[in-house]
Design a protein around this ligand. Structure first.
Ligand SMILES: *Cc1c(COP(=O)(O)O)cnc(C)c1O
Length: 377
């Protein structure tokens, strides 16, 4: 590229994706190869030796992720949780402590509670909207504050800049899981975070056809450490998966705008519907307005007539498919209490039984609204 383009939409399509140097292919080729021929011992042609250590298709995605988040270096993994695991093993050691959200993504919580805890990483779940509670949970061994905003499924908002300050005051790092917002709507590194984590399975991939993860770090030194662990642990994204995410990212901005347009109209309909008791969408939140461009495609609501009715609504839509996951072009509906959040029933993290979560897709909003209205009765 000639000048230095900085527009988000331009970076999404071009960062890391110059035409292939060998053939001129405009679309990044899928380099389905495990190893690379060397010209003499140690003489690599393009810096590639073996695809766990580096692969050109994955490298294109990694460059693009770094550009979209405004970071020093990006990394692509086999899943969101693989990226989380690699990151925590990079920045923490046994004996360290992490402050995590009280309502962290279930898989993230399980990794802390059932895997990294055994390795020696201690953790404290805290409702991070309450900065005093975060401050109180920090102690001498605290190495990381892990943050998710908006939260799942209640769409709570955490102040990223304030958390970054708290983390840095105690010598810890702030990591933000930016899966729900995507870099188009929120850029945590620009607000002071040290690392952004993504499940690229969701909005970045955007088509419900791939599982993947990503990390973007703010500084090159941390980048070197993550690169070492990415190769040493080996939970990398394969070339085909990297290509699917890269393809999804090209349309991220236009998809996100439509996800937001549709979600806003659905929120307006739900807020005026007698069968709906409460709608969770952070459009009126002051912090969200400061740190997000718009408020995304995730909408949760409480049904007025209780859990049975909520289950009926989830079973009663035709266009909204009953399924877990989120962030794809197609609309999904789910009952967090019985599905994504069933494992926290009976704990402090339990979600209301009358709660319904939507991942609003990019279909015709008229059809989506009619589908919900019919299911609500
Ligand atoms: C899905 C998800 C993850 C985990 O990612 P996988 O790709 O499923 O491993 C982490 N955080 C959030 C917010 C998610 O939605």
């Amino acid at each position: 590229m000639d000048a230095d383009p900085t527009g988000f939409e331009t970076l999404a399509i071009h960062a890391g994706q110059d035409p292939d140097p060998t053939t001129g292919a405009v679309t990044t080729p899928v380099y389905l190869t495990s190893t690379f021929a060397q010209d003499g011992v140690g003489g690599t042609r393009g810096g590639y030796e073996y695809s766990r250590s580096g692969n050109p298709t994955r490298a294109a995605l990694e460059t693009c992720l770094a550009a979209l988040e405004g970071g020093a270096r990006g990394f692509a993994f086999a899943s969101g949780l693989a990226s989380t695991d690699t990151l925590l093993r990079t920045i923490c050691a046994p004996g360290d402590h992490a402050v995590i959200p009280g309502d962290a993504y279930g898989g993230t919580y399980r990794l802390f509670a059932k895997v990294l805890d055994q390795w020696g990483l201690d953790y404290t779940p805290v409702a991070q909207q309450d900065l005093d509670a975060v401050r109180a949970a920090i102690h001498d061994h605290t190495r990381v504050i892990w943050c998710e905003t908006p939260t799942n499924p209640l769409l709570g908002i955490t102040d990223i800049a304030a958390l970054a300050e708290l983390a840095h005051d105690c010598g810890a790092l702030l990591v933000v899981d930016n899966t729900f917002a995507s870099p188009y709507l929120q850029q945590p590194l620009r607000l002071g975070a040290d690392v952004v984590m993504h499940s690229t399975t969701k909005y970045l991939g955007g088509h419900s056809d791939v599982v993947g993860g990503g990390l973007v770090v703010a500084n090159a030194e941390l980048g070197e450490q993550v690169a070492f662990h990415q190769n040493a642990i080996g939970a990398v994204a394969g070339p085909m998966d990297a290509w699917l995410v890269l393809r999804g990212i090209k349309t991220l901005a236009v998809r996100m705008d439509r996800h937001c347009d549709n979600a806003e109209q659905i929120v307006a309909m739900l807020r005026g519907h007698p069968g709906v008791a409460e709608v969770m969408y952070p459009d009126a939140d002051e912090i969200a307005n400061r740190q997000m461009r718009r408020f995304g495609g995730m909408v949760s609501f409480r049904v007025a007539d209780g859990e049975e009715k909520a289950l009926q609504v989830c079973a009663g839509t035709r266009l909204f498919t009953l399924a877990e996951s989120l962030g794809g072009v197609e609309s999904l509906i789910e009952h967090p209490g019985r599905m994504t959040h069933a494992s926290v029933a009976g704990s402090a993290l339990e979600v209301p039984g009358d709660l319904v979560r939507l991942s609003v897709g990019i279909e015709s909003v008229t059809d989506l609204i009619a589908d919900l209205q019919r299911a609500l009765g």
